[in-house]
Design a binder for this molecule. Sequence first.
Ligand code: FES
Length: 84
Amino acid sequence: PFTAKCLKSQKTVEVEEGQSLLQALLDAGIDMDYSCEGGVCGTCVVPLVSGEVDHQDEFLMDDEHETHMTTCVSRGIGEIEIDV
Ligand code: FES
């Protein structure tokens, strides 16, 4: 599990094992665009403000991983802050 602090919506979301960050955000009532849910289309990308992420997507470039993450497949380690 990990925690995502959502700066724009001012919500803190707990993401359990077996649940995607995207699903946790949607469950929290945050309006998210998404499509493939497989880490390839980039529709679900959000700005990453702080924290360590286990990037699992095949969309973003390595340097983009420092400031962005896909929410459908990538997961935070501990606590992350995203700008949604
Ligand atoms: Fe396609 Fe996340 S929904 S990369």
